[in-house]
Design a binder for this molecule. Structure first.
Ligand code: GAL
Length: 898
């Protein structure tokens, strides 16, 4: 790996890709465990050899249900009655389960037949996002606007593949496990309607067994139907997560069938409780359940020492029975799971074996953590230690890679967040990929796992409200059972800013229904829903176990800079909620909603600590830029400084989840009317480059890290003699600024002050340097300097090796530098990437929200000195990535495919 040299000193450097904690697992250790061939059970990746075809509009007469965005002919077949039954396993009351009508509608459609000719369809490997390649819609009023990313997510997509039933698999159960299909998935096998699952973020299983025939020619066809206006962000489209075939004995541990919890946790011992649900086949059977607890090696991610055994138990299963057994054991001197840097995220595994006499019929491994979490009115205690939540919100897209899940890209995001000092993530506003939770477990992030953005009341025409009544229970139960063993998940959020929080009793009634289901699934974690409106004396907040405030903590439009705005004004609500619910934990599930475009500075600069962005203050509508002085926010938002102040005034607050960690595709507030297709909210831009704000959060979240960061850049030939404010973020408590060696004054941080500002600096070319102090001692330095013109391109990669497995990636940063090799922070040169050797370019980006060059393009404008190339290995050997640009010396970096 190579480090980048920027026009600043080392203390301000971000070491991209370097992990903060020595014991952080490597990507390799985090890779999904190899396709398991445990006795009795096989889980086989089913990501290869798919054929895919999409039509922008509906051309068949099939539909899950009537929907506002589709007009169906009178011949249309509504499949909902058949699909509802796929959720039955997750509906508790048998009286509410759905009876599937007879027959296999859609089974005659040519597209689901074996002899259908799909040779002109696209060949794809999963995970696959059909929309990410674009092109972006650039016209006015497009079918998919900026809110959903201007990309072609809508339409009907078909995926076809074949499933083999080997003679040896006869008599086994064969399941199709889909980790995520966006959206309204409906599945046929050999012309039989197997089932489906509408909600695009959830994982689901369908039983293929009844429809499989021996041989290789079992034709699978999956129809997805993604509405426009389904979300307030970019959902992606397609089979965008992993798909598996799972083979089991007819008697086996059920889907998401284990639940491991720990109690009476101390360093000396812990009680570990395990419940296992077992599904039986047609034969009556007596099964012996055996289970042990193992440590998992942090380094290799593999099973290590056995540390406890559960007493074995026998269970009588009648034909097609499904029953749970409960086991309990003690672990002596347990290695606890807790967040770094003060704790270690140790992982354990429960390995469960089902025996029929001497025959091992199933083996099942569940990873978990032993930890004690206490949610109090005075903050969060983990294993007895008060841990302040330094969290961010993350949508599911991976920037230029879209929604298609990729372990390496997700790990990169986590590494960057860790470098920032973040210890927590709210999965806004939908179930994440399972592999992401495996990574948050291993790295010790605290997770609020969230499922819905709407209940009965809509936010967009075709969001979840359309199916809430039918699906909230199966979706919620399936989601919680899937994720409940992850130690990183500390709480469940069943809703984000749902419309029901505005209601009187009626909204609370819905809330209580949803919460009751959640509590029925898990009593060990709090249930919450985020509130940007409900006040302490309204009926909604008491329905929740903890208080999750969106923006209300620091107040909404309540300070003078916001007073001209129309819209709801809310005074800071932390104290009012704390008074009303003194024993409930309070945090900001969303804070800030600050806005900025990386490396872009707009003058004059507000002299307040927080201001709404507009044409005269921090914004440039023509260019679609928000100033990176990091003082500007959405109308309802606040700068980080204002949020910090509100929190420091209320020490009982457990912390915050900043909106947002990374920029994401969609929701380009405040520039919906322009070309923007991605957000401005991120601390980090869409390409993964830190904005200035990164260092403001780092200065607070990593107080022991010696760092200082100056802004803006210092290339302002047109501003000579004009006031050009200089701001500094540092973990120090004092700072002195120098312009060309001359001191511009030394300042001390006052209480509730989070940045140093020299607002009267008159620009002259040269070098700006800051020296920061802490407790009177020299602490850190940073400098920026006026550069020469762009002269060369410098490339660096975040790894030296890349596995040629089709999944591993390397992220290459391009910097436009001057002759002395300093980054030219305002350079916008057009560059062209090329890959030589056994590799290929997957996507490029630059973090500019209104760049509508398609992501796969090899040509890209640098944006404020930087661009990104994402490269995959196609074989073993030397891969040379290069970048060329007019009048610029070519840049190169070499990595090895292996
Ligand atoms: C919140 C909402 C988020 C996002 C954010 C910024 O109100 O929960 O999903 O929209 O505002 O606009």
């Amino acid at each position: 790996m190579s480090l980048r040299l920027v026009a600043r000193s080392v203390s301000g450097l971000l070491l991209l890709g370097l992990s903060l904690f020595a014991d952080s697992p490597t990507t390799q250790a985090l890779a999904p465990r190899k396709d398991q061939a445990n006795a009795g059970r096989e889980r086989i990746s089913f990501n290869e050899n798919w054929r895919f075809h999409r039509t922008e509009f509906q051309t068949d007469d099939l539909a899950y249900d009537y929907r506002p965005d589709i007009s169906l002919s009178s011949n249309a077949t509504i499949l909902k009655p058949w699909i509802l039954a796929s959720g039955n396993e997750f509906i508790k009351d048998p009286a509410n389960r759905h009876v599937r009508p007879d027959g296999h509608p859609g089974g005659d459609a040519p597209i689901v037949q074996l002899d259908f000719n799909d040779s002109d369809w696209e060949s794809v490997t999963l995970p696959h996002d059909w929309a990410i390649q674009g092109p972006f819609y650039t016209e006015e009023d497009p079918i998919i606007g900026g809110g959903m990313g201007r990309l072609p997510v809508h339409g009907v997509g078909w995926y076809r593949n074949r499933v083999t039933l080997a003679p040896a698999d006869k008599g086994k159960k064969i399941y199709l496990d889909i980790d995520g299909a966006m959206s309204y998935a409906i599945v046929w096998l050999n012309g039989n309607l197997v089932g489906g699952w509408p909600y695009g973020y959830n994982s689901f299983r369908l039983d293929l067994t009844p429809y499989l025939e021996e041989g290789e020619d079992n034709q699978l066809a999956i129809r997805l139907d993604n509405p426009p206006d389904s979300a307030r962000w970019y959902p992606g489209g397609g089979l965008y997560r992993n798909v598996w075939i799972t083979k089991t004995d007819p008697t086996h541990v059920a889907l998401f069938g284990t639940f491991v919890t720990s109690k009476d946790v101390s360093k000396k011992s812990a009680t570990v409780d395990l419940s296992v649900r077992i599904d039986n086949g047609p034969e009556k059977r007596t099964i012996r359940v055996e289970a042990d607890v193992y440590e998992i090696s942090a380094k290799s991610g593999k099973i290590g020492k056995k540390v406890a055994e559960f007493p074995s138990q026998k269970i009588e299963l009648s034909s097609s029975d499904s029953q749970s057994v409960s086991l309990s054991t003690q672990v002596k001197n347990p290695k606890l799971w807790g967040p770094p840097p003060t704790q270690t995220p140790s992982i354990h595994a429960a390995v469960i074996r089902l025996y029929d006499g001497k025959d091992l019929v199933d083996t099942y491994e569940t990873r978990f953590g032993i930890r004690d979490i206490n949610f109090t009115g005075e903050g969060l205690l983990i294993n007895g230690e008060r841990v302040q939540i330094r969290g961010v919100n993350q949508h599911h897209d991976l920037g230029a890679l879209g929604a298609a899940f990729n372990i390496r890209a997700a790990k990169r995001q986590l590494d960057i967040l860790r470098e920032l000092g973040s210890n927590a993530i709210r999965m806004s506003h939908n179930p994440p990929a399972t592999e992401l939770l495996e990574m948050t477990d291993a790295m010790g992030f605290l997770v609020i796992d969230e499922i819905f953005d709407s209940w009965q009341k809509k936010k967009t025409i075709s969001d979840f409200h359309l199916i809430f009544d039918d699906w909230y229970e199966p979706d919620l139960r399936a989601f919680m059972r899937r994720d409940r063993n992850h130690p990183s998940v500390i709480g469940w959020s069943v809703g984000n800013e749902v419309g029901e929080q505005h209601d009187d009793e009626a909204g609370a009634v819905v809330a209580r229904r949803v919460v009751a289901v959640a509590k029925d699934e898990d009593t060990t974690r709090p249930i919450t829903a985020s509130m940007n409106f409900a006040k302490p004396d309204m009926p909604f907040p008491p329905t929740m176990d903890i208080v999750s405030l969106n923006y209300q903590g620091e107040g909404i439009r309540d300070s003078p800079a916001y007073s001209h705005l129309t819209g709801i004004t809310t005074s800071p609500q932390y104290p009012a909620f704390h008074d009303k619910f003194p024993d409930k934990l309070i945090f900001s599930s969303e804070s800030a909603a600050a806005l900025s475009t990386r490396g872009t500075y707009i003058f004059p600069v507000t002299d307040g600590i927080s201001a709404p962005v507009n044409e005269t203050s921090g914004g440039n509508k023509a260019a679609e830029y928000v100033s990176s002085y990091e003082l500007y926010s959405a109308d309802f938002g606040s700068s980080p400084d204002k949020v910090f102040r509100a929190q420091d005034n209320n020490s009982f607050v457990a912390g915050e989840f900043v909106w947002s960690g990374f920029d994401y595709i969609g929701e380009p507030t405040p520039y919906y009317s322009g070309l923007s297709r991605s957000s401005y909210f991120g601390i980090i831009d869409l390409a993964g480059f830190p904005k200035d704000r990164f260092y403001l959060y780092q200065s607070r979240w990593r107080p022991d890290l010696k760092m200082a960061h100056i802004l803006p850049h210092w290339n302002w030939p047109e501003r000579v003699g004009q006031v050009t404010p200089v701001h500094v973020f540092t973990s120090g408590d004092e700072a002195e600024l120098f312009l060309n060696g001359k001191s511009l004054g030394r300042q001390k941080k006052a209480e509730f002050q989070y940045r140093f500002r020299w607002d009267d600096v008159e620009y002259q070319a040269g070098e700006l340097k800051v020296v920061a102090y802490k407790n009177g001692e020299r602490w850190a330095e940073d400098s920026v300097r006026t550069t020469g013109p762009a002269s060369q391109l410098r490339l660096s990669s975040d790894a030296d090796n890349v596995a040629a497995d089709g999944k591993d990636l390397v992220f290459v940063t391009l910097e436009v530098v001057d002759e002395k090799r300093y980054v030219v922070s305002d350079a916008q040169n057009t560059v062209t990437f090329a890959v030589d050797g056994p590799g290929e370019l997957v996507a490029t980006d630059n973090g500019k929200p209104n760049d509508v060059t398609p992501f796969p393009s090899k040509e890209r404008n640098a944006f404020n000195g930087l661009a990104l190339a994402i490269v995959r290995a196609t074989g073993k050997g030397k891969i040379t990535i290069s970048a060329t640009g007019n009048g610029l010396q070519t840049g190169k970096v070499v990595v090895r495919g292996n």
